[in-house]
Ligand binder design. Structure first.
Ligand code: SPQ
Length: 429
């Protein structure tokens, strides 16, 4: 575990960066490339640890994946081309990998064992194992199927009619990936719309999926065909620099080719509401996902309330939004975000605890947090707790500190943004 002295007392951030490929789309490109027929070529793939875990699992399932940094060549042979793994499938730190993979394995007529790291061992899996079992898969795991290690023996699946008890793109996607193998049409109903990369990708691979507001219908037995995918930049990674540009003095940052899927742009909506100087300067539809260039400048910010349907559109950005709110005039309240408790860490606790150490006036609530701006930040010894988004948020907070900041477990950042510090160095003045 590495401890890092963070960059502090930065005067301003200026310049242009291209953030790495979107993590959610990179995972799905490997999965769909593997279950499609023929070759899929992926460019601007995110070579972060989570996505590398997905590649490693599909290789163990018999898929040939040639990897050259940000370019992948995947040779898919359909769902039936997947073969029983001789080794344990290790998903590392990645919730997306395990939950979506379980949906795929539920319909495969062989046995697999899945494990992950310590953090994965604490994240609830019943949200997928219960509905997948109802469809016909034999799944078991520690604590009545709730936690890893998990074993699956898949087989013939019946279609499902299922109302999701939580707003989760991972659960929705897992059931869609199982539904594609079921004998008939499945209906999945979301309480609130969540990221729709899986639905968009099915269509891009030539499949069909119907969506009417929160009701999704998908038929089993469809043939998907390999294709080309250019992954847009990750708005969740861009968020760290959007906030940094807004809260540091005399700053202007251009972020190129950022994914602007409307199910992910909650950070932009919130920053605009808080008064941020933020512009989308160029927007284009890159294949099946919208993308564009963003410019952010030093801003006078005011507090806000973040709640309800907006939460799934910015769930992963809440740690960095908490820092943003600490630099805004007035109070910011974040509610309806209890899902934060089951991420890589309990992100309500880790955000509040670590920001308090740096002098932020922030308290935890049952379903979010309350932040009082505007705070002067001090230095201190902080930790990512093994959570990439907490590590990056604290690295941006340190830029405002006059005293030394030491970050423990800094290596977690490579889960989603391996060149984060290179980009930070490039922009720092
Ligand atoms: O993959 P993992 O570990 O769950 O990653 C996180 C993240 O911060 O990168 C969550 F901790 O993102 C999830 C996100 O929170 C990625 C995701 C997806 O690709 O479908 C969906 C969200 O999770 P959920 O549980 O709300 O569906």
């Amino acid at each position: 575990m590495s401890s890092l002295k963070l960059k502090t007392k930065v005067k301003s951030l200026r310049g242009e960066i291209t953030v790495p490929g979107d993590k959610s789309i990179s995972h799905r490109s490997v999965m769909f490339g593997s279950i499609a027929h023929g070759e899929t070529i992926v460019t601007n793939f995110l070579p972060g640890e989570d996505c590398l875990s997905t590649i490693s699992c599909f290789r163990k399932l018999g898929v040939t994946i040639k990897e050259d940094g940000e370019k992948l060549r995947i040779s898919g042979n359909g769902y039936s081309g997947l073969t029983e793994p001789k080794e344990i499938l290790d998903v590392g730190n990645s919730g997306t990998t395990i939950r979506l993979l379980l949906g795929i394995l539920a319909g495969r007529p062989f046995h697999s064992s899945l494990v992950g790291d310590q953090s994965i061992g604490k994240r609830p899996m019943t949200r997928v194992t219960v509905p997948l079992s109802k469809m016909g898969a034999a799944i078991d795991g520690r604590n009545n199927g709730c936690y890893t290690p998990i074993s699956v023996r898949g087989g013939s699946l019946a279609p499902i009619h299922y109302e999701l008890p939580v707003a989760s793109a991972q659960v929705k996607s897992s059931l869609i990936l199982a539904g594609l193998q079921a004998d008939g049409e499945s209906t999945i109903i979301e309480p609130v719309e969540t990221r729709d990369h899986t639905e968009r990708m099915i269509r891009w691979f030539g499949g069909e999926i119907k969506k009417d507001h929160n009701v999704i219908k998908v038929k089993g037995g469809q043939k998907l065909t390999g294709t080309e995918i250019h992954v847009p930049g990750d708005i969740s990674s861009a968020a760290f620099f959007l906030v940094a540009g807004a809260i540091l003095p005399e700053s202007e940052i251009v972020l190129k080719n950022v994914g602007l899927n409307p199910t992910r742009t909650g950070i932009i909506e919130v920053m605009e509401k808080m008064g941020a100087d933020l512009e989308i300067v160029q927007q284009n539809q890159s294949q099946f996902e919208p993308a564009g260039d963003l410019v952010v400048r030093t801003s006078n910010l005011k507090g806000t309330v973040i709640e309800g349907k907006l939460i799934p559109k910015l769930i992963d950005e809440i740690p960095i939004i908490a820092l943003l709110a600490s630099q805004a005039e007035g109070v910011t309240v974040i509610k309806d975000a209890e899902e934060l408790k089951v991420k890589e860490t309990n992100r309500i606790d880790t955000v509040v605890h670590e920001l308090q150490k740096l002098g932020v006036s922030i308290v935890a609530t049952d379903d979010g947090m309350i932040i009082n701006g505007k705070c002067k930040l001090m230095g201190g010894q902080v930790s990512s707790h093994g959570d990439h988004r907490i590590g990056m948020m604290l690295s941006i907070a340190a830029l405002l500190c006059d005293d030394e900041v030491q970050l423990d477990q800094s290596e977690a950042i490579s889960v989603s943004y391996p060149n984060f510090f290179t980009h930070l160095d490039k922009l720092s003045r």
